[in-house]
Unconditional design. Structure first.
Length: 272
C-alpha cells in the first residue's frame, strides 16, 4: 500500500534545507513539510530542557499536519532531544548522525576535523560515535560560533563568512587534517567557500546523504513509503520567524542543484 502522508523535517533555522535537498533527491515521490524555528535560532548554546520543549512543540505541529515520520534535521536538537521525542511520540524519528565514522575510515593523515555547535559536542551521539570510531585518529574539533547566524542572515558567501571560516579551519589545518566533518546542517551552505579555502587533499563530509538513505530504509521497513504520489505531491515551508530567508535559500538550492522544490509549494509563518 502507498502512504501519501508527508514527511516532517525541522531545524533550528533554515540550515535543515541542506538535508531536505538530499531527502528530495532520495525520495522523489514524497511530500515534505519543513519547519524552520528561526525565531529561536540558534539552538547551539541553549539548555537541553529548552531544546526539548521547542522540539516537542514543533513535532506536535508537524504531527497535526499528518506527518508520518519526522526528520530532526538539526545536530543540536538531535543530541538534546531525539531520545525524548522517541519516548513521547508514536511515529518514527530520524536524527543527524555525526559523520565521524567515514572520516576516521578515510583519513590518510590520521587526523580529522569536526566543525559543530557546542550542543552537538556535548551530545550522547557525538561522544559515543567518537569513542567507537575515532580511537585511533586525532580529532581536532571546533565550535563554529556565529556561522549559523550568517546563514540565517543570508551571508553565506560574504567576506565576514570567509574570515570566520578561516579562523576556524586554520587550527585544523595545523593538525594536518584531511577530512572535515560538518556537524551542523547550516554548514553545508558554506561548501563553496570551504572548497576555496581548503587544500585539495581535504575532503568535506556532509552527513545529509546518509541520513536520507536511512529515512528511505525506515519508510520501507514500516511500509510508509509513497509509491505514486501523482498530483498529490507538495512541499510546504513554515517558519517561526522571517520567512524570507527560507525563500532565498530554497531558490538557491533549486538553481545550484538543478532541482525543483517550488512546484506546488507554499510558505507560511507559524509562531510557536
Amino acid at each position: 500500500m502507498s502512504d501519501n502522508r508527508p514527511i516532517g523535517v525541522f531545524d533550528s533555522g533554515a540550515g535543515g534545507l541542506s538535508v531536505l535537498q538530499e531527502l528530495v533527491k532520495e525520495l522523489p515521490n514524497e511530500s515534505f513539510i519543513f519547519f524552520a524555528d528561526s525565531a529561536n535560532c540558534p539552538y547551539g548554546s541553549k539548555p537541553k530542557d529548552e531544546i526539548i520543549a521547542l522540539s516537542s512543540l514543533i513535532s506536535t505541529f508537524l504531527i497535526s499536519k499528518e506527518c508520518k515520520v519526522i526528520v530532526v534535521a538539526c545536530n543540536t536538537a538531535t543530541a538534546a532531544a531525539i531520545d525524548w521525542l522517541r519516548e513521547h511520540f508514536a511515529i518514527p524519528f530520524i536524527g543527524m548522525e555525526p559523520a565521524i565514522k567515514p572520516a576516521a575510515i578515510n583519513t590518510k593523515t590520521k587526523s580529522i576535523g569536526v566543525l559543530a555547535t557546542a550542543g552537538t559536542f556535548k551530545g550522547r551521539l557525538y561522544i559515543e560515535t567518537s569513542h567507537k570510531y575515532a580511537k585511533d585518529v586525532n580529532v581536532c574539533y571546533q565550535v563554529g560560533e556565529g556561522l549559523v547566524e550568517l546563514v540565517e542572515q543570508g551571508k553565506v558567501n560574504s567576506a565576514e563568512a570567509e574570515e570566520l571560516l578561516l579562523k576556524y579551519i586554520r587550527p585544523m589545518l595545523d593538525c594536518n587534517i584531511d577530512q572535515l566533518v560538518l556537524g551542523c546542517t547550516h554548514y553545508p551552505f558554506f561548501k563553496p567557500l570551504l572548497k576555496k579555502l581548503l587544500p585539495h587533499n581535504v575532503d568535506v563530509i556532509d552527513p545529509s546523504p546518509a541520513v536520507a538513505k536511512q529515512v528511505s530504509k525506515v519508510l520501507i521497513d514500516n511500509q510508509l513509503n509513497t509509491l505514486d504520489a501523482g498530483d498529490l505531491k507538495y512541499h510546504a515551508f513554515y517558519s517561526s520567524g522571517n520567512i524570507d530567508v527560507l525563500k532565498v535559500l530554497v531558490t538557491k538550492i533549486e538553481k545550484d542543484a538543478g532541482m525543483q522544490l517550488l512546484n506546488k509549494s507554499f510558505f507560511n509563518n507559524f509562531i510557536l
